[in-house]
Design a protein around this ligand. Structure first.
Ligand SMILES: CC(C)(COP(=O)(O)OP(=O)(O)OC[C@H]1O[C@@H](n2cnc3c(N)ncnc32)[C@H](O)[C@@H]1OP(=O)(O)O)[C@@H](O)C(=O)NCCC(=O)NCCS
Length: 229
Protein backbone atom coordinates (compact mmCIF):
# COMPACT_ATOMS: atom_id res chain seq x y z
CA UNK A 1 0.00 0.00 0.00
CA UNK A 2 1.47 3.36 -1.02
CA UNK A 3 -0.33 6.08 0.89
CA UNK A 4 -0.25 9.76 -0.01
CA UNK A 5 -1.60 12.59 2.12
CA UNK A 6 -3.04 15.91 0.98
CA UNK A 7 -5.43 18.63 2.09
CA UNK A 8 -9.09 17.89 1.29
CA UNK A 9 -11.09 19.78 -1.34
CA UNK A 10 -14.89 20.31 -1.37
CA UNK A 11 -15.30 17.45 -3.85
CA UNK A 12 -13.93 15.05 -1.18
CA UNK A 13 -16.97 15.69 1.06
CA UNK A 14 -18.81 12.54 0.07
CA UNK A 15 -15.80 10.21 0.51
CA UNK A 16 -15.10 11.77 3.92
CA UNK A 17 -18.74 11.34 4.98
CA UNK A 18 -18.75 7.67 3.91
CA UNK A 19 -15.64 6.92 6.02
CA UNK A 20 -17.02 8.90 8.97
CA UNK A 21 -20.29 6.99 8.80
CA UNK A 22 -18.54 3.61 8.61
CA UNK A 23 -16.26 4.36 11.55
CA UNK A 24 -18.52 6.38 13.88
CA UNK A 25 -21.83 4.67 12.98
CA UNK A 26 -23.85 7.87 12.65
CA UNK A 27 -24.98 9.95 9.66
CA UNK A 28 -22.78 12.82 8.43
CA UNK A 29 -24.14 15.69 6.35
CA UNK A 30 -22.29 15.86 2.99
CA UNK A 31 -23.45 19.44 2.35
CA UNK A 32 -22.16 20.54 5.74
CA UNK A 33 -18.75 18.93 5.12
CA UNK A 34 -18.60 20.35 1.57
CA UNK A 35 -19.52 23.81 2.88
CA UNK A 36 -16.82 23.72 5.56
CA UNK A 37 -14.20 22.62 3.03
CA UNK A 38 -15.31 25.33 0.61
CA UNK A 39 -15.07 27.96 3.33
CA UNK A 40 -11.31 27.35 3.56
CA UNK A 41 -10.98 24.76 6.32
CA UNK A 42 -7.28 24.26 5.86
CA UNK A 43 -5.92 22.26 8.80
CA UNK A 44 -7.33 18.87 7.77
CA UNK A 45 -5.89 15.97 5.81
CA UNK A 46 -7.07 13.06 3.69
CA UNK A 47 -5.00 9.94 3.06
CA UNK A 48 -5.26 8.18 -0.30
CA UNK A 49 -4.29 4.82 -1.64
CA UNK A 50 -4.68 4.01 -5.36
CA UNK A 51 -6.35 7.44 -5.86
CA UNK A 52 -9.05 6.61 -3.33
CA UNK A 53 -9.59 8.36 -0.02
CA UNK A 54 -9.10 5.84 2.80
CA UNK A 55 -8.92 8.12 5.83
CA UNK A 56 -9.11 11.67 7.10
CA UNK A 57 -8.01 13.79 10.06
CA UNK A 58 -10.17 16.81 10.71
CA UNK A 59 -8.32 19.51 12.61
CA UNK A 60 -9.15 23.09 13.49
CA UNK A 61 -7.80 25.87 15.66
CA UNK A 62 -9.36 27.10 18.89
CA UNK A 63 -8.22 29.76 21.32
CA UNK A 64 -7.86 29.07 25.04
CA UNK A 65 -9.01 31.31 27.88
CA UNK A 66 -5.46 32.69 28.09
CA UNK A 67 -5.31 33.42 24.34
CA UNK A 68 -3.15 30.44 23.31
CA UNK A 69 -3.87 28.81 19.98
CA UNK A 70 -4.55 25.08 20.01
CA UNK A 71 -4.82 22.66 17.11
CA UNK A 72 -7.76 20.38 17.87
CA UNK A 73 -7.35 16.90 16.40
CA UNK A 74 -11.11 16.52 16.38
CA UNK A 75 -11.93 13.53 14.19
CA UNK A 76 -9.57 10.87 12.91
CA UNK A 77 -11.04 8.01 10.90
CA UNK A 78 -9.62 5.24 8.76
CA UNK A 79 -11.80 3.08 6.51
CA UNK A 80 -12.23 -0.21 8.42
CA UNK A 81 -10.71 -2.09 5.46
CA UNK A 82 -7.53 0.00 5.73
CA UNK A 83 -7.14 0.06 9.52
CA UNK A 84 -4.04 -1.32 11.20
CA UNK A 85 -1.78 -0.34 8.29
CA UNK A 86 -0.22 2.78 9.75
CA UNK A 87 -2.52 5.36 8.13
CA UNK A 88 -3.82 6.72 11.44
CA UNK A 89 -0.26 7.13 12.69
CA UNK A 90 0.71 8.92 9.47
CA UNK A 91 -2.21 11.37 9.78
CA UNK A 92 -1.30 12.15 13.37
CA UNK A 93 2.31 12.77 12.30
CA UNK A 94 1.13 15.14 9.54
CA UNK A 95 -1.11 16.96 12.01
CA UNK A 96 1.79 17.33 14.40
CA UNK A 97 3.99 18.79 11.63
CA UNK A 98 1.23 21.23 10.78
CA UNK A 99 0.88 22.24 14.44
CA UNK A 100 4.57 23.10 14.47
CA UNK A 101 4.26 25.07 11.23
CA UNK A 102 1.29 26.98 12.62
CA UNK A 103 3.26 27.72 15.77
CA UNK A 104 0.35 26.77 18.05
CA UNK A 105 0.91 26.02 21.74
CA UNK A 106 -0.50 22.52 21.75
CA UNK A 107 -2.18 19.90 19.62
CA UNK A 108 -4.74 17.84 21.48
CA UNK A 109 -7.40 15.17 21.04
CA UNK A 110 -10.35 14.31 23.27
CA UNK A 111 -10.40 10.51 23.24
CA UNK A 112 -12.98 8.14 24.67
CA UNK A 113 -11.45 6.33 27.61
CA UNK A 114 -12.39 2.96 26.12
CA UNK A 115 -10.87 3.69 22.68
CA UNK A 116 -7.76 1.60 23.25
CA UNK A 117 -6.44 1.82 19.69
CA UNK A 118 -6.59 5.62 19.66
CA UNK A 119 -5.13 5.81 23.16
CA UNK A 120 -2.19 3.67 22.12
CA UNK A 121 -1.72 5.70 18.99
CA UNK A 122 -1.68 8.99 20.92
CA UNK A 123 0.67 7.53 23.49
CA UNK A 124 3.22 6.26 20.97
CA UNK A 125 2.95 9.53 19.00
CA UNK A 126 4.21 11.44 22.05
CA UNK A 127 0.93 12.82 23.41
CA UNK A 128 0.44 12.92 27.19
CA UNK A 129 -2.81 11.80 28.80
CA UNK A 130 -4.65 14.13 31.18
CA UNK A 131 -4.52 13.16 34.82
CA UNK A 132 -8.23 13.79 35.01
CA UNK A 133 -10.91 11.79 33.27
CA UNK A 134 -13.97 13.72 32.09
CA UNK A 135 -17.61 12.99 31.36
CA UNK A 136 -18.77 14.83 28.26
CA UNK A 137 -22.19 16.48 28.55
CA UNK A 138 -23.98 17.83 25.49
CA UNK A 139 -27.29 19.39 24.62
CA UNK A 140 -29.02 20.91 21.60
CA UNK A 141 -30.03 24.47 22.44
CA UNK A 142 -33.62 25.53 21.92
CA UNK A 143 -34.42 29.00 20.58
CA UNK A 144 -35.50 31.53 23.17
CA UNK A 145 -32.64 31.52 25.67
CA UNK A 146 -31.84 35.02 26.77
CA UNK A 147 -29.08 34.95 29.36
CA UNK A 148 -26.47 37.51 30.30
CA UNK A 149 -23.62 37.86 27.80
CA UNK A 150 -20.53 38.39 29.96
CA UNK A 151 -19.82 35.87 32.67
CA UNK A 152 -16.49 35.94 34.35
CA UNK A 153 -14.63 32.67 34.45
CA UNK A 154 -16.58 30.96 31.66
CA UNK A 155 -14.79 30.67 28.34
CA UNK A 156 -16.89 29.85 25.27
CA UNK A 157 -15.13 28.19 22.35
CA UNK A 158 -17.01 28.37 19.06
CA UNK A 159 -16.42 25.25 16.95
CA UNK A 160 -17.32 24.01 13.49
CA UNK A 161 -16.70 20.26 13.46
CA UNK A 162 -17.58 17.97 10.59
CA UNK A 163 -20.56 16.79 12.65
CA UNK A 164 -21.98 20.01 14.14
CA UNK A 165 -21.63 23.73 14.74
CA UNK A 166 -21.46 24.54 18.41
CA UNK A 167 -19.84 25.82 21.55
CA UNK A 168 -17.50 24.10 23.96
CA UNK A 169 -17.76 25.51 27.45
CA UNK A 170 -14.39 25.83 29.17
CA UNK A 171 -13.33 27.40 32.44
CA UNK A 172 -15.77 27.64 35.32
CA UNK A 173 -19.00 25.70 34.88
CA UNK A 174 -21.40 28.04 36.67
CA UNK A 175 -25.16 28.27 36.13
CA UNK A 176 -24.75 31.71 34.57
CA UNK A 177 -21.96 30.49 32.30
CA UNK A 178 -24.02 27.56 31.07
CA UNK A 179 -27.01 29.84 30.42
CA UNK A 180 -24.76 32.22 28.54
CA UNK A 181 -23.47 29.41 26.30
CA UNK A 182 -27.02 28.27 25.56
CA UNK A 183 -28.07 31.82 24.83
CA UNK A 184 -25.24 32.44 22.38
CA UNK A 185 -25.81 29.08 20.71
CA UNK A 186 -29.54 29.72 20.32
CA UNK A 187 -29.01 33.22 18.94
CA UNK A 188 -26.47 31.95 16.43
CA UNK A 189 -28.53 28.84 15.64
CA UNK A 190 -25.73 26.47 16.63
CA UNK A 191 -26.52 22.79 16.97
CA UNK A 192 -24.66 21.66 20.05
CA UNK A 193 -23.23 22.86 23.34
CA UNK A 194 -20.74 20.63 25.11
CA UNK A 195 -19.03 20.69 28.49
CA UNK A 196 -16.54 18.39 30.17
CA UNK A 197 -16.95 17.55 33.84
CA UNK A 198 -13.94 16.09 35.63
CA UNK A 199 -14.91 12.87 37.38
CA UNK A 200 -13.17 14.23 40.46
CA UNK A 201 -15.49 17.26 40.56
CA UNK A 202 -19.17 16.37 40.30
CA UNK A 203 -20.50 19.79 41.37
CA UNK A 204 -21.56 20.98 37.88
CA UNK A 205 -23.44 17.77 36.98
CA UNK A 206 -26.78 18.91 38.43
CA UNK A 207 -26.43 22.37 36.82
CA UNK A 208 -25.97 20.74 33.42
CA UNK A 209 -28.79 18.25 33.96
CA UNK A 210 -31.12 21.14 34.92
CA UNK A 211 -30.43 22.68 31.51
CA UNK A 212 -31.07 19.48 29.57
CA UNK A 213 -27.49 18.27 29.11
CA UNK A 214 -26.89 14.53 28.91
CA UNK A 215 -23.70 12.57 29.47
CA UNK A 216 -22.51 10.80 26.30
CA UNK A 217 -19.24 9.23 27.38
CA UNK A 218 -16.03 9.34 29.36
CA UNK A 219 -12.93 10.91 27.87
CA UNK A 220 -9.35 11.96 28.47
CA UNK A 221 -7.48 14.77 26.81
CA UNK A 222 -4.34 13.68 25.00
CA UNK A 223 -2.05 16.66 24.52
CA UNK A 224 1.22 17.29 22.73
CA UNK A 225 2.81 20.46 24.06
CA UNK A 226 4.76 22.49 21.51
CA UNK A 227 5.59 25.47 23.68
CA UNK A 228 6.47 25.86 27.32
CA UNK A 229 3.99 27.66 29.57
C1 LIG B 1 -8.16 4.83 15.69
C2 LIG B 1 -7.81 4.77 14.20
C3 LIG B 1 -7.85 6.16 13.61
C4 LIG B 1 -6.37 4.22 14.10
O1 LIG B 1 -5.97 4.24 12.75
P1 LIG B 1 -5.22 3.00 12.09
O2 LIG B 1 -4.73 3.40 10.76
O3 LIG B 1 -6.07 1.81 12.19
O4 LIG B 1 -3.99 2.84 13.11
P2 LIG B 1 -2.49 2.47 12.74
O5 LIG B 1 -2.48 1.40 11.69
O6 LIG B 1 -1.74 3.72 12.44
O7 LIG B 1 -2.01 1.78 14.07
C5 LIG B 1 -1.76 2.48 15.22
C6 LIG B 1 -1.56 1.50 16.36
O8 LIG B 1 -2.81 0.88 16.72
C7 LIG B 1 -2.74 -0.55 16.54
N1 LIG B 1 -4.01 -0.99 15.98
C8 LIG B 1 -4.60 -0.56 14.85
N2 LIG B 1 -5.79 -1.18 14.68
C9 LIG B 1 -5.94 -2.00 15.74
C10 LIG B 1 -6.95 -2.88 16.16
N3 LIG B 1 -8.07 -3.05 15.47
N4 LIG B 1 -6.78 -3.54 17.31
C11 LIG B 1 -5.66 -3.39 18.04
N5 LIG B 1 -4.66 -2.53 17.71
C12 LIG B 1 -4.80 -1.88 16.57
C13 LIG B 1 -1.60 -0.76 15.57
O9 LIG B 1 -1.05 -2.04 15.75
C14 LIG B 1 -0.65 0.32 15.98
O10 LIG B 1 0.01 0.03 17.18
P3 LIG B 1 1.60 -0.09 17.21
O11 LIG B 1 2.13 1.18 16.65
O12 LIG B 1 1.87 -0.27 18.67
O13 LIG B 1 1.90 -1.26 16.36
C15 LIG B 1 -8.75 3.82 13.42
O14 LIG B 1 -8.71 2.55 14.00
C16 LIG B 1 -10.18 4.29 13.34
O15 LIG B 1 -10.56 4.96 12.39
N6 LIG B 1 -11.00 3.94 14.36
C17 LIG B 1 -12.41 4.34 14.40
C18 LIG B 1 -12.59 5.84 14.63
C19 LIG B 1 -11.88 6.33 15.86
O16 LIG B 1 -11.94 5.73 16.91
N7 LIG B 1 -11.19 7.50 15.74
C20 LIG B 1 -10.43 8.09 16.82
C21 LIG B 1 -11.20 9.04 17.66
S1 LIG B 1 -11.79 10.45 16.77
Amino acid sequence: MSVSVRRPSPSDASAIAVIAEKTFGEPFDRDRIGGLLKSGRDCSFVALDAQEIRAFADNFITVSETGDQRLELDLLAVDPKAQGMGIGRRLIAESLLLARELDVSIIRALVRSENLVMRRLCDSSGFAISERRYDLYVTSPEPGWNGPLDIEGTHLVPVETLAYSGIWIEGRLSRAGIVRALSVAATQQLQRVGALVAQSDRAPVQLLADKGFQAIGTYNWWTFKLKND
